[in-house]
Design a protein around this ligand. Structure first.
Ligand code: NAD
Length: 490
C-alpha cells in the first residue's frame, strides 16, 4: 500500500518543455498510484507567460490525458494546479508567491511540506533560491522544504561551486536534490542489486578478475533543435561529467553500510575521490574527442542549424578513467558517448580476464581462443542482462563454444517500471536522496572534466573526424588497442 504524502509544489518553469513532457505526467502517475495525497496536494506553477489558471489546467490536462483512466481523473488532477505569471528576477513577486503558498497550504492542509522544483536555465537557480528564502516562501512549521534542480549544475568546477554557494545560502545540502535522470533508470539502480545481492558477482568485482569496464552512451541523432545549448556545452559537459561519472561511481564503490542515502552517497564519493585526476598531458593521452562529418544528406555538425561554421565543440568523447585503490588498481574504465552514432543505446560491459592457462587448448580441444567472460548490462533502450560464458559444444569430445545467459525485462516488468522522473520526484517526496547527485560527487566530477576541457580549449582539434552512423573516431579504437583491449561489439 502506497504511503500518500501531503505536499505543496512550487514549479519554476511551468510553461516549459520539460514540465509538459516529463514533469506533469510523472506527478500525475504518482497521484494515480496514491503516492501523493489526492486531497492534500497543490502545485503553483510559474512562468513568464500570462496564463490564467484555466489555461494552466488545459495544458496539464493535455499532457496527462492519454495516461488517465478517465477524463474526470485528468481534470481532477489538473484542478490542483495554480498559475502565477512571475519574473523570477523580480524580488517583489516572491511576496505574492509566499502569500499564495500560505493560502493554498492552508486550503489543502499540506502541513508545510514544500517541494520547490526549478525547471529553468541554471543561471536562475541561485536567484530563485535566494528569493525563496528572503521572501519567506519556505515553510517554518515543521514541514519539509526540499529543492529539486535540473541539470546542468555549472559548466566547470568554479561555476558549479558558485552556484552551490548560492543555493547553500537558502537550503542545506540535505534539502537539495540535484536531478541526474540516469540515476532514475531501472538498470542503473539494478547495478547495486546485482553487485551487492550476488556474492557470485561481487566476489569477482575487482582487479583480480576484471580486465576492463566499458560504459557507452550512444545517441543516433545529432543536435536537433538543441544546438544553441549544445554548442556551448559539448559532449564532455553534457554527458560525461554527469551521467557517465554517476554510473562509474556506482560501478566502483565499495559496499555501503546500508542502503540508506547517506551510506550509498558516502561510498560513491569515496570511489570518486580515488578516481585519478589527470595532468594535461595525461588528459591528451587518455581522452579522445570527435565531431561528426557529413554523410550523404546528413550535414556535418558545423553545418547544422545554429552551429557556427568554425565550431570546435565535441560531439563525441571517449576516454580511459582509472581508480587508484586496492580494488581497481590497473583496471581501465573506458567511457564513450557521442551523437550521430550507429545506434541509440546505453550499456555497460564488464570484461573479465581469461583463465591464465587454457587447458582445452593445451589438449588440442579448442580451435579458437576461449572468449572473455563479459557481463553486459543494457540500460537503454531495453533492460537486459547478458552473461557471456564459455561452454561445451554439444557432441562428442570437448570442444568449446560461447554460451550466453540472457535476462530481458518482461512486458510486465516494463509496465511496472516508472519513468526516471516519476521515480526521482517520488524519492524527493520521501526525502530519499540516494538517487540524486550530491555536491561532493558533482564537484569531483567537474575537477576531473575540467582538466580535459582546458586541454581541449587550448589544443586545436582535427575536426570533423568521424562519420555519422559509425561508432566514433578511429582514435577511440586506438585508445583501447594500446592496452590490448577493444570495444565490445553490440
Ligand atoms: P524551456 O525553455 O522550455 O522553459 C523555460 C521555462 O522557464 C519557461 O516556463 C519560462 O517561462 C521560464 N522562464 C524563463 N525565464 C524566466 C523568467 N525570467 N522568469 C520566470 N520564468 C522564466 O526549458 P525546458 O526545456 O523546460 O528546460 C528547463 C530546464 O531543464 C533547463 O535547465 C534544461 O537544461 C533542463 N533540462 C531540460 C530537459 C528537456 O528535456 N527539456 C532535459 C534535461 C534538463
Amino acid at each position: 500500500m502506497a504511503t500518500a504524502t501531503r505536499a505543496l509544489f512550487m514549479l519554476f518553469g511551468a510553461t516549459g518543455d520539460l514540465a509538459k513532457r516529463k514533469l506533469y505526467p510523472s506527478i500525475f502517475n504518482l497521484y494515480k498510484k496514491g503516492y501523493i495525497d489526492n486531497k492534500h496536494f497543490a502545485l503553483i506553477g510559474t512562468g513568464r507567460r500570462e496564463w490564467s489558471n484555466d489555461k494552466f489546467h488545459d495544458v496539464v490536462f493535455e499532457s496527462v490525458k492519454d495516461n488517465a483512466e478517465s477524463e474526470d481523473q485528468a481534470k481532477d488532477f489538473a484542478s490542483h494546479f495554480y498559475y502565477m505569471s512571475h519574473d523570477v528576477t523580480n524580488p517583489e513577486h516572491y511576496d505574492a508567491l509566499s502569500e499564495y503558498a500560505n493560502k493554498l497550504d492552508a486550503e489543502y492542509d499540506a502541513q508545510g511540506n514544500r517541494i520547490f522544483y526549478i525547471s529553468m536555465a541554471p543561471n536562475f537557480f541561485g536567484t530563485v533560491a535566494k528569493n525563496l528564502k528572503a521572501h519567506n516562501c519556505l515553510s517554518n512549521n515543521g514541514g519539509f522544504n526540499r529543492l529539486i534542480i535540473e541539470k546542468p549544475f555549472g559548466r566547470d568546477y568554479e561555476s558549479a561551486e558558485e552556484l552551490n554557494n548560492a543555493l547553500g545560502k537558502s537550503f542545506n545540502e540535505n534539502q537539495v536534490y540535484r536531478i541526474d535522470h540516469y540515476l532514475g533508470k531501472e538498470m542503473v539502480q539494478n547495478i547495486i542489486a546485482l553487485r551487492f545481492g550476488n556474492p557470485l558477482i561481487e566476489g569477482m568485482w575487482n582487479n583480480k578478475y576484471i580486465k576492463n569496464v566499458q560504459v557507452t552512451l550512444s545517441e543516433k541523432l545529432g543536435v536537433e533543435e538543441r544546438a544553441g545549448y549544445y554548442d556551448g556545452a559539448g559532449a564532455l559537459r553534457d554527458m560525461t561529467q554527469n551521467h557517465t561519472m554517476q554510473m562509474l561511481s556506482i560501478l566502483t564503490m565499495e559496499e555501503p553500510v546500508s542502503f540508506k542515502d547517506i551510506d550509498v552517497r558516502s561510498e560513491k564519493i569515496r570511489a570518486l575521490r580515488s578516481m585519478r585526476i589527470y595532468t594535461p598531458d595525461e588528459a591528451r593521452e587518455n581522452f579522445v574527442r570527435g565531431q561528426y562529418g557529413k554523410n550523404g544528406d546528413q550535414a556535418d555538425y558545423r553545418h547544422e542549424d545554429n552551429v557556427p561554421e568554425d565550431s570546435n565543440t565535441e560531439t563525441y568523447v571517449a576516454g580511459k578513467v582509472m581508480f587508484d585503490n586496492q580494488r581497481w588498481a590497473n583496471v581501465p574504465f573506458y567511457v564513450r558517448t557521442g551523437k550521430m552514432l550507429a545506434d541509440k543505446f546505453t550499456r555497460i560491459d564488464i570484461v573479465f580476464k581469461k583463465p591464465i592457462i587454457d587447458i582445452f587448448a593445451a589438449a588440442g580441444k579448442q580451435s579458437g581462443d576461449l572468449q572473455n567472460n563479459v557481463l553486459t548490462l543494457f540500460v537503454d533502450p531495453v533492460n537486459k542482462v547478458i552473461l557471456h560464458l564459455n561452454g561445451k559444444k554439444a557432441g562428442q569430445g570437448m570442444e568449446m563454444q560461447p554460451l550466453d545467459l540472457t535476462h530481458t525485462q518482461s512486458d510486465e516488468e516494463k509496465a511496472a517500471t516508472p519513468e526516471p522522473y516519476e521515480r526521482l520526484i517520488h524519492d524527493a517526496i520521501l526525502g530519499d536522496a540516494t538517487n540524486f547527485a550530491s555536491w561532493d560527487e558533482v564537484s569531483r566530477a567537474w575537477k576531473f572534466a575540467d582538466v580535459i576541457r582546458n586541454v581541449w580549449d587550448t589544443d586545436k582539434p582535427d575536426f570533423p573526424n568521424y562519420t555519422p552512423g559509425s561508432m566514433g573516431p578511429k582514435a577511440a579504437d586506438d585508445l583501447l588497442a594500446r592496452d590490448g583491449n577493444e570495444w565490445i561489439k553490440k
